[in-house]
Write a protein that binds this ligand. Structure first.
Ligand code: GLA
Length: 376
């Protein structure tokens, strides 16, 4: 069994007093704490798959019972050139999940980001025809889903098709194929592995206009015969957003439309966002300035407690809706590997997760474990 090392100081979030550090064997596990509620997952990084972060991957195995591929199954990774697939890391990802008997997510098949430019160009460099792009999509989905048939439990088939204002995102998929690109993606994925669960995944889904469109889109797709098992809410959230009443309204609406909800990429932004966007648009990028990196020397205890309180209220909401939620997945194992260190500003020191850079549990970890122990 893999063991994690001990926290040096353990702070109780309720009494704010330092208490005796827990022995490794006593460190509660998220997957056990919520075993009657939902799976608790984490995203697995390239470094972890390449053997460069052995402590991080050991902690993943110890604490979590579901995994998501941070990048290794994205189009640009597995299918960088028209005639070339590269499954080296993806194979390791799936083997890791199987070894630890985890829920294994496939993420993601059809997205506008991290998809190589050649996908949307023909030999003359012009946009491909609708039929050519559909064929490319079919071939990609069937190759990737087919490779892991019966091994990957479920797929984020389409990622981020809707805008916060409720408009469909004008991606090249939509522009070249037309609105039925969604239907086709689900059809191809289902053909490739009829037993795999299929999901729709997005961010900012607490916005009422977006909620409405996602619900309508998923209902329409299901009416057309597409398999959709759940809607994924990414959960790239902040200290003061979303309003949890809005998040709750989306959980309820999505569960009614799709059957189930997954929280797929949970983390809490702890640093100032110069764009004040409250989104997860990975193309945003601002120059590093000192005032944008206020906690480069450490995260003050007061902020640790604030983060713990925020995580506690978020987990209370999830537990309240445990009959509708199958899986809650963090976007990364510890603060050191989080994308928040390089997005939307490169080179900052971020604190969005439950484990710190030394892979020690933070007050937010204890706060989340405490929610699992509350009467519910
Ligand atoms: C989105 C995607 C993820 C990841 C995050 C940022 O949420 O779905 O795959 O790229 O952005 O790390």
């Amino acid at each position: 069994m893999v063991k994690v090392s001990l926290p040096v100081v353990w702070v109780c979030v309720h009494c704010l007093a330092a208490v005796t550090p827990l022995a490794a064997a006593e460190l509660p596990r998220l997957k056990d704490a919520f075993k009657d509620d939902f799976l608790v997952g984490t995203a697995i990084s390239h470094d972890q798959l390449d053997g460069l972060d052995p402590k991080g991957i050991a902690l993943a195995a110890e604490q979590f019972n579901a995994i998501s591929p941070e990048n290794c199954l994205k189009w640009e990774e597995v299918h960088p050139e028209p005639e070339r697939y590269d499954f080296e890391r993806a194979d390791k990802y799936v083997e890791f999940g199987e070894k630890h008997k985890m829920f294994i997510l496939g993420h993601t098949l059809v997205w506008h980001n991290q998809t190589p430019g050649w996908v949307f160009r023909d030999k003359e460099g012009k946009p491909p025809t609708r039929d050519a792009l559909l064929e490319r999509m079919r071939e990609h989905i069937q190759t990737v889903v087919g490779r892991y048939k019966g091994r990957i439990t479920g797929w984020d088939v389409v990622n981020e098709a809707v805008m916060p204002d409720g408009q469909m995102r004008k991606t090249k998929w939509l522009q070249i194929i037309g609105p039925d690109y969604l239907e086709k993606a689900y059809e191809f994925a289902h053909e490739a592995d009829p037993n795999a669960e299929l999901y729709y995944n997005d961010y900012n889904e607490w916005y009422p206009a977006m909620r409405k469109t996602v619900v309508k889109m998923v209902r329409d797709l299901k009416d057309k015969g597409c398999r959709i098992d759940a809607i994924g809410m990414q959960g790239h959230w902040g200290m003061d957003y979303p309003d949890l009443k809005e998040a709750e309204a989306s959980i309820e609406a999505f569960a009614a439309a799709a059957g189930r909800v997954n929280i797929t990429e949970l983390d809490i932004a702890t640093l100032p966002d110069p764009g004040r966007k409250r989104d997860a648009d990975i193309t945003r990028n601002y120059e590093l300035r000192k005032e944008l990196d206020p906690y480069a020397d450490g995260y003050p205890d007061e902020m640790q407690q604030k983060l713990a309180g925020r995580y506690a209220e978020i987990f209370r909401l999830f537990v309240k809706h445990r009959d509708q939620i199958d899986r809650v997945t963090f976007w990364g194992v510890d603060d050191g590997v989080s994308w928040h260190n390089y997005w939307p500003v490169r080179g900052r020191t971020a604190y969005p997760l439950l484990f710190d850079r030394n892979r020690q549990p933070k007050p937010a970890f204890e706060a989340v474990i405490a929610v699992a122990k509350e009467e519910h």
